[in-house]
Design a protein around this ligand. Structure first.
Ligand SMILES: Cc1cc2nc3c(=O)[nH]c(=O)nc-3n(C[C@H](O)[C@H](O)[C@H](O)COP(=O)(O)OP(=O)(O)OC[C@H]3O[C@@H](n4cnc5c(N)ncnc54)[C@H](O)[C@@H]3O)c2cc1C
Length: 454
């Protein structure tokens, strides 16, 4: 047994837990990974391996100049990331995407961790929140029931979700403001900012009818048996609302009341689609009440029928999935610690990031943060101009807590780069400016961290 005060305990040996363990162990910290599989199974995992990919075998785009997730690959490689290094070692041909041979990948991750002199793996389920010692909870979207209950008891039911009902999120600079306007219903609010908090897209009767027709005809992903139990009533998908009656949406999320079209004040819209700011930077807007199970291709087609959104670019499309995650913006501090119990950090998908790469990235950071704390170093804040920093800033305070939903990494989370907006060529230049800036800032942060650890 290693002494508790000098040991980092990590619950969950998935993408995040495995990466956190690797980072800490390589920095000389003793690590125990507590993984419940294969003793306790989840409905999606198939093996007892660490780092198992539960569904697709893709780490998405590997373009580190033009794509935010590709940039995250690059940043993790610079930081000696196990998950990325192993993914490249088991790469399959897939064009610009990084596809991975899943079983050899997970076997290699397991081998690297179990053979590390600073790591032990304990195959047990943790069912309560630990009172002392250094801990990282990285139990993912399928956190076991007992632990989820313990988290709920600590944080309150409101702060723990078991499903994500995601409304599509759109880049603000792709919305046509000659059509849309900013106004809160009935100009509600004390300040001008509050009175203009929503972005509104107006519809005529013909446009509304055509929209409902398209919604009803669109390709949808079917719910699996039992999938809807317990969450369905509060967040009906828009297509289900439309099936209940053609006017249902007009009396629900698309009601036109309390609004005057600033671009055409004489004409009362027949229906209005509202969007709400999704991050502090104001670069992302979510469509209010528009959770949907439409397939991705259909979603883009149907949503672009909304006046003002014809050229919309989506930071993420809508969906409804099984997913356990906490309300990180209210619960975690900037060091990813639970404010009410700072001996516990959270990492991975349970913090409200989405995807293998993002989860591993948050594991990497949580591991590094734990090392700094345990060795008495001061870790500078990760610059929010990097993919890592943009993600961690988003979940620990940048995102709107009230509407917090899991998020992939995307350029909308980054502070804007100072270039002209719009146009295809310009977008390419803009993305390159984001990634150049991120690489410089991430390299400088890593260098500083390694210097202070030496
Ligand atoms: C059905 C499904 C399909 C998905 N498909 C994709 C996809 O195609 N692409 C994608 O990028 N992402 C997908 N995701 C999201 C995916 O789960 C995450 O991207 C990633 O696996 C999250 O990493 P993580 O480390 O946070 O969680 P995980 O990789 O799930 O790891 C968490 C680990 O914690 C363990 N654990 C849970 N509770 C306990 C406990 N109490 N004690 C001990 N151990 C525990 C689990 O067994 C698991 O090994 C999917 C999720 C689900 C649920």
């Amino acid at each position: 047994m290693w002494p508790m005060e000098n040991t980092l305990n990590i619950i969950g040996g998935g993408m995040a837990g495995s990466e956190a363990a690797w980072q800490a162990a390589n920095a000389g910290i003793k690590v125990v990974i507590h993984e419940m599989r294969p003793k306790v199974e989840t409905f999606a995992h198939r093996t007892g391996n660490l780092g198992e990919m539960v569904c697709s075998n893709s780490f998405r785009s590997d373009d580190h100049e033009q794509n935010a997730v590709g940039l995250l690959h690059w940043e993790m490689m610079q930081a000696g990331g196990l998950i990325m290094k192993t993914a490249y070692a088991h790469r399959l041909p897939a064009g610009g995407a990084l596809a991975v041979d899943r079983d050899p990948f997970a076997e290699s991750v397991t081998q690297a961790l179990t053979s590390h002199p600073n790591i032990r793996v304990s195959y047990d389920e943790i069912t309560a929140l630990p009172d002392d010692g250094h801990w990282i909870i990285a139990t993912g979207p399928l956190t076991s029931g007992a632990l989820a209950e313990a988290i709920k008891a600590e944080t309150g039911a409101e702060a723990l979700a078991f499903f994500d009902a995601i409304a599509p999120i759109i880049y603000h600079d792709s919305i046509n403001m000659d059509v849309a306007w900013m106004q809160s219903r009935y100009d509600k609010g004390e300040t001008l900012e509050e009175q203009t908090a929503y972005l509104n897209c107006p519809m005529t009767k013909d446009q509304y009818e055509a929209f409902i027709d398209a919604l009803l005809a669109a390709d949808k992903t079917e719910f699996k048996e039992g999938e809807t139990a317990g969450y369905f009533d509060g967040c009906l998908p828009i297509e289900v609302m439309a099936e209940r009656g053609r006017e249902t949406l007009r009396f629900g999320p698309m009601k036109p009341v309390g609004l005057t079209n600033a671009n055409d004040p004489q004409n009362k819209p027949y229906a209005v689609v509202q969007l709400r700011r999704d991050n502090a930077l104001g670069t992302l807007f979510n469509i209010v009440g528009f959770q949907t199970k439409m397939k991705y291709g259909a979603q883009k087609q149907v949503l672009k029928m909304i006046p003002g959104l014809e050229d919309a670019e989506f930071a993420r499309l809508g969906g409804i999935h099984r997913n356990t995650f906490i309300n990180s913006p209210t619960l975690l501090d900037a060091q990813m610690r639970l404010k009410s119990r700072p001996n516990i950090r959270f990492a991975g998908q349970i913090t409200g990031v989405e995807g293998y790469v993002e989860s591993a990235a948050m594991g990497l950071l949580a591991g590094r943060m734990a090392v700094a704390e345990m060795t008495g170093q001061t870790l500078a804040a990760v610059p929010d101009t990097t993919a890592m920093g943009a993600l961690v800033t988003h979940i620990t305070g940048g995102a709107e807590a009230k509407t917090f939903q899991p998020m992939n990494v995307n350029f909308g989370l980054f502070p804007s780069v100072d270039t002209v907006k719009g146009g295809r060529k310009r977008r390419k230049e803009r993305y390159k400016a984001y990634t150049d800036r991120a690489k410089a800032d991430w390299s400088a942060w890593l260098e500083q961290m390694l210097r202070s650890a030496a």
